[in-house]
Design a protein around this ligand. Structure first.
Ligand code: EPZ
Length: 423
């Protein structure tokens, strides 16, 4: 399996251009199931999870072309309304095909997505929402068969503002004539991008004065063309890598306001940031990195997906920083690997206490999940000497051309596979 070899201790410098958002592209690709007409999507990042989603669409019966970050989705005969476990187990977001398939065929037969390294990740909020819309969900032998004689508009209150459940239920409600109201919804920018695409397809979704999503369902949706929003997690990841290596980096083609709380916390830690409408510059800073406490929360709170990279920054702070991971129950797996690199981290349940050290030490470490993997790459960039990060297939899920982008910023990083390549 591929690994990264990183020669650390170099300040990143230059400009990095952010790709389209993985977490917007995946649901938007799934939303093309709502129509048989052609959809054209631009700025779709070339990632493992995107390629998995394209495989799912082809399995279900779509014709896909994908080049230069543009995906064209066209009908190719009758759609299937079931998915094999082989595909679902690779990526839990594949469960989001349930909404469109239920809406169009009144039946969807989907394997329940397993958990993953960061948590059990149930789908009860999705299923309860489908039941509110008139469906019956039968869970058996690892699959869920969702059926409805007739889907009816409803008022649905999500018990937690789940990103996936919000998007899954929106896609279903779009094709249920009448008014469906979703309350306590996720407000992540990726959800906004999915709504923008659905409305381009002819859906009628708007937020009311109470922040609820009001959907006036249609009998059919048409094709549309859309450019995926910039990836705010990649944006935050590169900003944090620039800060941790004391570099001078401009993160371009992003939406800074989507990272407002991160920028505020970085300023509190001592960094000055130069922000325009589409870029964030982290200028050189040699002062102390002040400890700043963060708690992960639904947007606009501190993004759980940036908790791991933030932890790497805090391993170099001038005191003790507390990190509360309040979204996922097991999202500190990068911590023991950072400790192997000389960090001083104590975790207990959902709280990590990071006491800063003077510098990190190069080591051989293993990624356990996507964002924890990035945190280890960041640590390797900071540590003097050569670090090796194993299991980077996790990282390939969510960072497009990572080693190329980092090398263009002056990092010494290369991918190698000990089973294939000469060392
Ligand atoms: C999306 O996952 C993202 N993935 C995740 O990014 C992100 O961490 C997460 O939202 C939170 O922002 C994609 O968009 C593809 P949730 P999702 O439903 O939709 C619990 C990354 O690194 N929950 O908002 O699965 C759940 O267990 C990935 O890019 C239920 O209990 O997240 C978790 O504790 C990782 N029941 C919390 O809610 C449900 O039915 C948030 O989950 C659904 C969720």
């Amino acid at each position: 399996m591929d690994r990264f070899l990183i020669e650390g201790g170099k300040k990143l410098h230059g400009t990095v251009h952010i790709s389209g958002s993985k977490n917007a592209a995946l649901p938007i690709l799934v939303a093309t199931l709502l129509t048989d007409e052609k959809c054209i999507l631009h700025r779709v990042p070339n990632l493992r999870d995107v390629r998995t989603t394209l495989k799912i669409l082809e399995y279900l019966g779509k014709k896909i072309t994908y080049q230069n970050n543009t995906v064209v989705v066209e009908a190719n005969g009758q759609l299937k309304n079931n998915l094999p476990y082989e595909l679902v187990k690779q990526m839990r977001a594949s469960f989001w095909v349930a909404g469109p398939l239920l809406a169009r065929f009144k039946e969807a037969d989907i394997p329940l997505p397993g958990g993953c390294a960061i948590g059990v990740r149930p789908v009860d909020i999705h299923l309860k929402g489908f039941e509110n819309l008139g469906a019956v969900c039968d869970v058996k032998a690892g699959n869920v068969i969702i059926r409805a004689e007739k889907l009816t508009p409803a008022q649905i209150v999500l018990r937690f503002p789940s990103v996936g459940a919000t998007q899954n239920l929106l896609m279903c409600a779009c094709l249920i004539p009448g008014e469906t109201i979703l309350e306590n919804v996720a407000k992540e920018p990726e959800v906004d991008d999915v709504i923008a695409f659905l409305n381009k397809m002819g859906a009628d979704i708007r937020a009311d004065e109470k922040g609820r999503l009001v959907v006036h369902g249609k009998t059919a949706l048409h094709g549309a063309e859309h450019t995926v929003v910039a990836d705010r997690i990649e944006t935050g990841s590169f900003i944090l890598a620039a800060a941790a290596t004391r570099g001078d980096v401009t993160v371009a083609d992003c939406v800074p306001e989507h990272n407002a709380i991160l920028l505020s916390d970085l300023r509190e830690a001592g960094f000055t940031l130069e922000v325009t409408d589409t870029s964030v510059r982290v200028p050189p800073y040699e002062g102390e990195i002040k400890p700043v406490r963060v708690r992960t929360a639904p947007y606009p709170g501190f993004a759980t997906d940036l908790q791991a990279p933030w932890m790497t920054l805090m391993t170099l702070c001038s005191g003790t920083a507390e990190i509360d991971e309040d979204i996922f129950e097991n999202r500190f797996m990068h911590a023991p690997e950072l400790v192997r690199m000389g960090a001083n981290i104590y975790t207990e349940k959902s709280v990590a206490r990071v006491t800063g050290v003077k510098n990190l030490l190069a080591a051989h470490v293993q990624a356990s999940d996507l964002r924890g993997g990035f945190a280890l790459v960041m640590a390797g960039l900071c540590a003097q000497g050569e670090s090796e990060v194993e299991r980077i297939y996790h990282i390939d899920r969510g960072y497009e051309n990572l080693e190329q982008k980092l090398a263009a910023l002056g990092a010494t990083i290369r991918r190698y596979n000990p089973d294939k390549d000469e060392f």
